[in-house]
Design a protein around this ligand. Structure first.
Ligand code: FES
Length: 179
């Protein structure tokens, strides 16, 4: 075979590979792009709330978050679990919330869905033992502390906590849960 024919063959071979490569990329790209999170879906999985609307401590505000209620509340300054009878001194949620309270101007958010069978707990400011504030789940009598730790009844774990941060006066929660 002449050198001219050989080099033409090489050229055609390489050109075919290049076209094939482009074809493969354009076939794969839409599939990969469809795996990226949709902007609208992402926006709906984040809750934003202006904390200046919280005029009173211990007044519950509920906002939508992933088609569930998100409970947002301002806690009293220098609050400690002992003020609630020490029921949850070593609690799971409290350990997460303690550093967040200072960073978020004493405002925190928990997912308002009972971890037993998914009912929506009710905020009772004086509903606990000795008038302590609690979340009470009316379905089977589950009781949670104000920061969402389960202290009585069938709930197996505390209320879930979305990742959250304060940007200016806006509390941004989601899109993931930190526990
Ligand atoms: S669903 Fe809340 S205690 Fe059962």
């Amino acid at each position: 075979m002449s050198e001219k024919k050989l080099s033409r063959r090489k050229f055609l071979g390489r050109a075919t590979c290049a076209v094939g490569g482009i074809g493969a990329v354009s076939a794969v790209y839409p599939a990969v792009a469809s795996l990226a999170p949709d902007k609208n879906a992402l926006a709906q999985s984040i809750a934003k709330f202006d904390i200046r609307k919280l005029k009173e401590e211990f007044k519950l505000v509920s906002v939508p978050y992933k088609q569930k209620p998100l409970f947002i509340m301002k806690f009293p300054k220098n609050y400690t679990p002992e003020k609630w009878g020490g029921q949850a001194k070593e609690s799971i949620n409290y350990k997460i919330f303690k550093p967040l309270l200072a960073k978020q101007n004493n405002v925190i958010a928990v997912v308002g869905v009972c971890t037993h069978l998914g009912c929506i707990p009710i905020w009772e400011k004086n509903g606990g033992k000795n008038g302590i504030p609690i979340y009470y789940c009316p379905c089977h009598g589950g009781v949670y502390t104000p920061w969402g730790d389960n202290i009585s009844g069938p709930p197996p774990i505390p209320l879930h906590i979305p990742e959250q941060k304060l940007v200016g006066n806006i509390l941004i929660a989601g899109p993931k849960e930190i526990r």
